[in-house]
Design a protein around this ligand. Structure first.
Ligand SMILES: [Zn+2]
Length: 55
């Protein structure tokens, strides 16, 4: 998967849908519950939430 794009993810904790950058340098957190949706891992994002769509 191309991680250099925005992706729409669904928080596995609270089901909130949120758009994050697929190549994040910092942790992307759910705006609702604060769960980590994606964490930086060697220059690419380790996406922990369910990916719904690549934008
Ligand atoms: Zn959440």
């Amino acid at each position: 998967m191309d991680r250099g794009k925005f992706i729409r993810v669904k928080c596995s904790n609270c089901k909130n849908e949120q758009v994050i950058f697929g190549k994040c340098a910092t942790e992307a957190k759910c705006l609702v519950c604060g769960a980590v949706l994606a964490a930086p891992a060697g220059g690419k994002a380790n996406v922990k939430a369910k990916v719904l769509e690549v934008l």
